[in-house]
Ligand binder design. Sequence first.
Ligand code: XMP
Length: 510
Amino acid sequence: KIIILDFGSQTTQLIARRIREQKVYSEIHPFSTSLEKIKALKPSGIVLSGGPCSVYDDDAPHSDPALFDLGIPVLGICYGAQLMMQQLGGRVERAEKREFGKADLLIHQTDGLFAGLESDAIHYQVWMSHGDRIELLPDDFVVTATSAHSPYAALRHRTRPFVAVQFHPEVAHTLIGTDILRNFIFAICNCSPSWTMHSFIESTVAAITAKVGDSRVICALSGGVDSSVVAAIVHRAIGDQLTCIYVNNGLMRTGESEAILRFFKETSKLNVIDVDATDYFLGQLQGVVDPEIKRKRIGLGFIKIFEEEAGKIGEVRYLAQGTLYPDVIESVSYRGEAPIKSHHNVGGLPEIMKLELIEPLRELFKDEVRELGLELGLPEEAIYRQPFPGPGLGIRIMGEVTAERLRVLRQSDVIVLEEMKKSGWYRQVWQSFAVLLPIQTVGVMGDGRTYENVIALRAVDSRDAMTADWSKLPYELLGTISSRIINEVRGVNRVVYDISSKPPATIEWE
Ligand code: XMP
């Protein structure tokens, strides 16, 4: 495996993904990871990531310089490159001209990182983002590539396996990024491409079986991709020792979780307890208008019902949960952010119920979870389902949630889903859905005046939900959705399209 020491760059996760795409396992660790821990991880190579600091700042993050004595190949990227130079005896200073965005790279030596590319001939497009530059090279380092503002755009040690690039090979704008990373992991680190979903399933199933023994495990099935894949892999490992609990909070989209439940009950013969708590949740939401109170009530209600059902199973030792790698990395690095909305997940449950956790997806990115799900035989529509928030339609009805408003929103939402799927846009956007605005506006239908609700359509493009832009859906599609909703759903006489990006808006309306 390759380990990446994180100095806080926005693109650290991308480095891990790019390496895994080459079927080599990679993990991100904080820059401050001790030498003992690094040795214990037995990496075939180490990548020092970029980061927002300057190496000469007083509080600049430094990894242990003794890692250069381990005999393990090291690739420094941007800040990581500068740190390598500084720790090995060179000098880094603030650059007069900062370099941001595209730059032309001229390669001078095609061994090492640039094997297979052309030297001194073509300018290769790379992506730079730095305000400092290397002024003095440590002994025995040679320049292997330059750009207009970086005389030391890429470097390598004459005899030891240390290489450094001032630009970012992990981003798509660096067109030769994959070649460079491949050269590092295969030629310099001698890794072999053996990390596949098939091998992941084998090792994960073995680990779950060993850990669980003959204890019982429960998991909360939501119908979403992550919990479905968790259920499938844990079930493969321990069969009937797993019981899944599906809490219907009455706030789901029409038909969506039914489909996944049918699959689990009928095709894969999983133990599923299916609780319909619609009345309980609607009771809890009666008269509640404040979005945060809605979220809290739905979250607490879920915990209560889940606990009640779990209590009926008898002695349970473990809770299986769909924590993904980005959640894990965010909790080890130092970019803590204040929560904008209190997200609903099963956090809190393990402490309340004194359960130990099984998190088989902890090492995976979302697209890897999808790949895993397909490999485990889950139906495609479950795998490519758009994300759906835990509080469900409850946060897509502005103001109080009532049964009648849920009916209006569900019927509208089904039309959005149908038309998005029919036109092929469903998979091209991150999310697409309807929001009910219970404000009345005047319309005319037939010869009569109407005074009814507004439906807002929301469709966004995003990579990770942290930022998003509104999707440029074709006018014809928007037109079809609008006229179908107004004609088919009683209680709606107007449809609008939300054209705000995140930030400053958010994806959901509450
Ligand atoms: P926002 O509205 O914060 O949403 O831009 C970002 C992403 O998170 C989803 N979302 C949730 N997911 N529990 C979830 O599991 C929640 O409480 C929750 N709230 C928002 C939202 O659909 C979007 O994909």
